[in-house]
Design a protein around this ligand. Structure first.
Ligand code: UDP
Length: 237
């Protein structure tokens, strides 16, 4: 597989074309941003953790019937994936109140939600990724009703699989963000990453935050925490 030109550089990853138009190479960086790019930094070896962890989780999801872009890990930082056009939507599922949900609705962080809650944000940094509802998505032509139904069903399935997976590792899945894309054949698959950058994970015993909130909120032990999460995820007990 030949790596060709860079086709996209995001905040945490670069994407390269390959000699196969149906395949891309994703390369994970150590760059960290928060608050819509206002806070910037580096988390040593974050790219390695996020690459390896995403691949483990995508393989698990694939086995469990959720189609994903994952093809093959190429190195510590690089993974071969199916080429997709990403829907400009952040699909967020919450099990416990935290972050922007707590702020927006005045609910204390850590409050269990009576049901898992799905929300969409429009992926548009210039607008601050505004919350968007299903009617807005349809009205703006971002996805069709059928596509949205599929995305929502997959997102809830991902939540059920990941809640159980992380619990086995002593981690509570508080919330997470995923992204979906469409292949050139029109098939909807899970894309992007699933990592401590995109999930809130709290230790089951201590409620210690084991995710990007350590960077966002200057809680310390950022690198160590990313390594600890990877070690738990890799531990096949
Ligand atoms: N999230 C993300 N990228 C974003 C916004 C949110 O990965 O651009 C994740 C975040 O890590 C958390 C979940 O989505 O696990 C919900 O985030 P929230 O809306 O509470 O936003 P935040 O408090 O991170 O601004």
């Amino acid at each position: 597989m030949e790596k060709k030109e860079e086709i996209y550089e995001g905040k945490a990853k670069k994407v390269y074309a390959t000699d196969d138009p149906g395949l891309y190479i994703v390369s994970y960086k150590d760059d960290a941003t928060a608050f819509n790019g206002e806070k910037r930094g580096t988390i040593a070896d974050k790219g390695v953790v996020n690459n390896i962890m995403s691949d483990i989780i995508f393989a698990l999801l694939e086995e469990s019937g959720v189609p994903t872009h994952f093809v093959k890990q190429l190195s510590d930082r690089e993974t071969l994936v199916k080429a997709v056009k990403i829907f400009p939507l952040e699909v967020i599922i919450r099990n416990v109140a935290a972050g922007s949900f707590s702020k927006r609705y005045g609910v204390e962080e850590g409050t269990a939600l009576l049901q898992s809650t799905l929300e969409f944000s429009l992926k548009e940094d210039a607008l601050g990724d505004p919350l968007i509802n299903e009617d807005h998505v349809l009205a703006l032509g971002i996805a069709t009703k059928e596509e949205l139904a599929k995305v929502s069903a997959y997102a809830h399935k991902v939540n059920e699989i990941l809640k159980a997976f992380f619990l086995e590792k002593g981690l509570k899945l508080i919330d997470f963000k995923i992204e979906f894309g469409k292949t050139s054949d029109g098939v909807i698959i899970l894309a992007d990453e699933i990592s401590p950058d995109t999930c809130r994970l709290w230790d089951v015993e201590t409620n210690e935050k084991m995710d990007k909130d350590r960077f966002r909120r200057d809680l310390g032990n950022v690198e160590e925490t990313y390594q600890a999460v990877l070690a738990r995820v890799q531990n096949t007990k």
